[in-house]
Ligand binder design. Structure first.
Ligand SMILES: *Cc1c(COP(=O)(O)O)cnc(C)c1O
Length: 570
């Protein structure tokens, strides 16, 4: 039997995502969305949930990040070799884009769990001899190029993905769209749904829509109107294959512009946001639809440092496939928990030394901040009042930063540059390192290796945030604005600390930065620094609560069970 055919025996959930992050060596992700997709698939494999995932190959990755001498981000292609990780399938499919037929091939990667579960991923690729040179580059770069390339990629992902599943004979029970990039798959389903012949056209078309809706699940990740993919119809007419009727699109995706989110909303029976707050925010954005909420998670084994793996194996055996067991973290003696954390911290500091030559002091309270350098994440907020920060933190604090800005995001690059410029300004007073090329490998050393995980986005723009969950799993408490998952995970002084006003008081972040900043400085000075240096057992208590009250729950095992009961089996 050909290798992939073992996956076509059972009905599966088809999980579509423009980016999937499995590991650093396969650089087909840019940040939280892709890592979430990878973690989702890994938990599905652990839990033996029948799933098949579809994404693009992105042969040249997202990009590798370096800095110029003055702290400006430089990018180069993240080349990798698909054949080292996956197997090329013999079957191809075709999509028409513009004037040309484009061949699409698929690479098979299998995520294997120690439980025996297995989830195949199809990485779609148009870099095939015989395709026009321009079409061969469609699947090269994740989020590269402009609108035209984006639409081409979404045609390959949505239409090409749905087609290749059919060509390979995968029986599909649900299609799950992770964000709106794959919405065009619904059009493919509409076109291929069987029509009861005796009905009139209108009846048939509404019956058809009903059938497609029953098969589709849509997870939205974007809390602002402007963040959703939109394409002008002249571009759509130029690129879209003839079997996709433009009139129908205008009905389903908006008459002015093709809005991919609207398409997914209109053709899904189950729609959800990625945290409770984000569910509410999305409900306000899309009042005509019922929006549920399923809070994101992280894959426990992937994000647990080897030090904590040993500790949990000793005291909470079975935790990796049953993370609920972390609720019994109090069985772990304080000294052992502290030693474990110190081990992770020392290893990370050694890594920093190797990469930058800088030796940080392991005895100092170390604050970590790393994620995509999008401006709404306000990476440089804490440096707004240097005098104050030095007053509070000199000799007591040090910082490690990381994160990439999108190559076209000048604002994000400026944020990075401003942070790097602080290194000089604080020299001899507060140490600060900005690590290059933040990716899953760096993240897995970074997050467990600091003492506090800082997050201060503008509300309500952090739909969920997942890096804070990775921190909690490794006993690193969160110090964060009340947005996304932290609204659900935060108990003040117990699981970590909040920054700024409670969520009920904030609808849109207008002029609240000063309040956030003031609260941040206050808590650092009055609560966090004293607790760290003067009450080590009190500090360890917070670390334990991060594990026992956050990590036991905010993981993709719990999340997947929710998707199964609420969305997949309906
Ligand atoms: C987890 C992760 C993220 C997500 O971070 P947020 O703080 O939730 O935005 C981004 N990038 C990498 C490499 C990650 O591992």
């Amino acid at each position: 039997m050909e290798n992939w055919k073992r996956f076509t025996q059972d009905q599966r959930i088809a999980y579509f995502s423009m980016e999937i992050g499995l590991k650093a060596e396969i650089p087909t992700y840019s940040g939280g969305l892709g890592v979430l997709a990878g973690d989702t698939i890994k938990s599905a494999a652990d839990l033996k949930i029948p799933m098949v995932a579809v994404t693009l190959l992105h042969r040249k990755g997202y990009f590798e990040q370096r800095f110029s001498a003055d702290g400006w981000q430089l990018e180069r292609d993240a080349e990798w070799k698909p054949e080292k990780h996956m197997e090329l399938l013999p079957t191809k499919t075709l999509v028409t884009i513009g004037e040309r037929d484009v061949k699409v091939q698929a690479w098979l990667y299998s995520v294997k769990s120690p439980t025996g579960g297995e989830v195949p991923i199809l990485f779609l690729d148009t870099d095939i001899p015989g395709n026009h040179d321009e079409d061969r580059t469609i699947t090269h770069h994740l989020y590269g190029g402009g609108l035209e390339l984006r639409l081409q990629q979404e045609i390959v992902l949505g239409l090409g993905g749905a087609r290749i599943l059919r060509t390979l004979n995968f029986p599909i029970r649900k299609y799950h769209m992770n964000e709106g990039h794959a919405s065009l798959l619904t059009i493919e389903l509409l076109n291929s749904a069987r029509l009861p012949l005796e009905e009139t056209w209108d009846e048939r078309s509404s019956w058809n829509t009903q059938k497609v809706m029953e098969q589709c699940v849509f997870t939205t990740h974007t809390p602002v109107e402007a963040g959703h993919d939109r394409f002008p119809y002249d571009l759509v007419e130029k690129l879209m294959p003839p079997e996709v009727p433009i009139d129908l699109l205008k009905e389903l995706c908006g008459s002015e512009q093709l809005n991919m989110t609207l398409l997914a909303l209109n053709l899904s029976n189950f729609i959800n946001g990625v945290a409770k707050r984000h569910g509410e925010v999305s409900q306000n954005l899309f009042p005509g639809f019922k929006i549920h909420a399923i809070t994101n998670g992280i894959h426990p084994f992937t994000w647990c440092s080897p030090f904590f793996v040993n500790l949990f194996d000793k005291y909470l055996p079975g935790w990796a496939n049953e993370p609920e067991l972390l609720v019994r973290v109090d069985n772990i003696p304080n000294e052992e928990l502290w030693e474990t954390h110190s081990g992770a911290k020392a290893l990370f500091f050694q890594y920093i030394k190797e990469k930058t030559g800088k030796q940080l002091n392991p005895d100092l309270l170390t604050i970590g901040f790393a994620r995509r350098a999008a401006t709404y994440k306000r990476g440089d907020l804490i440096f707004s009042d240097m005098e104050r920060l030095l007053e509070i933190g000199e000799g007591k604090l040090q910082f490690v930063f990381g994160g990439k800005a999108h190559p076209k995001d000048e604002g994000g690059k400026q944020v990075i540059q401003r942070i790097i410029q602080q290194v000089e300004m604080m020299r001899g007073k507060i140490d600060l390192v900005y690590l290059e090329n933040y990716n899953m490998d760096v993240a897995s050393r970074f997050i467990p290796g600091v003492d506090v995980w800082l997050n201060n986005p503008m509300r309500p723009l952090e739909a969920s945030g997942t890096s804070g969950m990775k921190a909690a799993l490794n006993g690193v408490p969160n110090f964060s604005v009340l947005d996304g998952w932290w609204i659900e995970g935060h108990i003040e002084g117990v699981t970590g600390w909040s920054i700024g006003p409670p969520p009920a008081e904030v609808d849109q972040e207008v002029g609240r930065a000063n309040e956030d900043l003031e609260d941040m400085y206050q808590k650092l000075e009055k609560v966090i620094i004293p607790l760290y240096y003067k009450d080590r057992d009190g500090w360890i208590e917070v670390m334990k609560n991060a594990i026992g009250k956050n990590a036991y729950y905010f993981n993709t095992h719990v999340m997947m069970r929710r998707y199964v009961t609420d969305a997949y089996i309906r």
